[in-house]
Ligand binder design. Structure first.
Ligand code: ATP
Ligand code: MG
Length: 367
């Protein structure tokens, strides 16, 4: 079976028409019937907000239904309006929302089904051994994701900060083209659910330091997360991995010294079996590191990131290459922040931010 006809998900035809389907309200009965009563066999995965099920509508088109956890008590009308607003945001690299359902306690969101599931499943999950992500696909996923996020930041009205860029929120269609999923999701969480809000926004290892520490969210926090994602796409490593000494090492702290010494080939995923384009590899690593630097004001905007990845900004790329951060012997990217953060990544909430800040102050005065 050729790669292009290989679907990791359900084995039937993906309906091209779904991507142009109009947004609408679904009845609970219809979604029960489409998902075989939310049968366990239909379950595609589970996130912080609930479970996602594969389904098929009466017209044969395939859908993915996110069934939100019971804590979502947003009023029916309010929920429907917000999902409708998100449903109007359309771009070839954004996952299309087909509609929603709000009946009684149930809150569900209906999406196009993506037959090749998430980037996470190919890099680290159930499909990582299939090695379906060659260099060309990785490059195309990086550029398409950048374009999707750039659209949210610069063209959608109102502008949308994603707040949860990560490999499981990059989904892959039948041609392995990337679609950014779960944008604007923070809006759908009721204001009262502060615990869920704090934990939901941004995932471990992808969070910009200023967001982890001060809860300050902006487009540049997405740029940081995207930088981590780029390094993940190139290396096949997770955003935070355990070292031989069982210490947590962030992907940026691992990749930066190698990039400074020009040892790019040591960063690339061994699953690629040396099948990559050297110039593109270098570009992805440098852009990833520039995006995932600590100072938000030094990170590029997403529109620029997309152009850099496409190789369209040669002068800017040359400037990046000669930037101080890539000179051998300069200080590490994020030493003072990440040492503290890595220890706290899993449990960091706004409440613990003050403790982290205090710890950093003490550390600074002691050195
Ligand atoms: N439209 C879709 N088509 C195919 N698979 C999907 C779709 N939406 C979600 N999935 C699968 O379901 C899994 C769970 O998705 P979900 O968004 O609930 O969780 P998550 O992305 O892991 O975390 P988070 O809750 O932070 O978004 C995803 O990893 C993906 O594999
Ligand atoms: Mg998700």
């Amino acid at each position: 079976m050729g790669c292009f006809s290989f679907f990791c998900g359900r084995d039937s035809k993906w309906n091209e028409e779904t991507s142009t389907a109009k947004w609408r309200v679904f009845s609970l009965k219809e979604l029960h019937s489409a998902t075989n009563n939310f049968n366990y066999d239909n379950k595609l995965g589970e996130g912080l907000f609930g479970s996602v099920y594969w389904g098929q509508l009466w017209d044969g088109s395939q859908i993915a239904v996110k069934r939100l956890k019971a804590w979502n008590n947003k009023a029916e009308g309010e929920f429907t309006v917000e999902v409708e607003v998100l449903g109007k945001v359309r771009h070839k690299n954004l996952l299309c929302l087909r509609g929603c359902c709000a009946e009684g306690q149930e809150r569900l969101i209906v999406y196009d089904y993506m037959p090749n599931l998430s980037l996470h499943s190919h890099l680290h999950g159930s499909h990582s051994r299939d090695s379906l992500l060659g260099w060309k696909r990785r490059m195309s996923i990086a550029i398409a994701s950048a374009e999707g996020i750039a659209y949210l930041h610069h063209h959608a009205t109102p502008h949308i900060i994603h707040q949860d860029i990560k490999a499981s929120n990059i989904l892959l269609d039948n041609d392995f083209k990337a679609r950014v999923a779960d944008f604007g999701f923070a809006k759908l969480i009721p204001d009262g659910d502060s615990h869920v809000r704090t934990n939901a926004k941004g995932s471990s290892g992808y969070q910009a330091p200023e967001y982890a520490m001060y809860g300050k969210s902006s487009e540049s926090c997405d740029v940081y997360s995207f930088g981590v994602l780029l390094l993940e796409i190139v290396s096949g490593k997770k955003p935070v991995e355990k070292s031989d000494l069982m210490q947590k090492v962030s992907i940026t702290d691992w990749a930066l010294p190698l990039a400074r010494e020009g040892r790019f080939i040591e960063i690339v995923d061994s699953k690629l079996n040396d099948d990559y384009v050297e110039g593109e590899l270098k570009r992805l690593v440098l852009v990833g590191l520039v995006c995932a630097q600590n100072e938000p004001e030094k990170r590029p905007a997403m529109l620029e990131v997309a152009d850099l990845l496409k190789g369209e900004l040669k002068e800017k790329m040359a400037l990046i290459e000669s930037d101080e951060m890539f000179q051998p012997g300069s200080g590490t990217i994020s030493r003072d922040h990440t040492e503290v953060l890595n220890e706290n990544l899993d449990s960091l909430t706004k409440e613990s931010v003050e403790e982290v800040k205090e710890a950093m102050e003490i550390e600074k005065t002691e050195t």
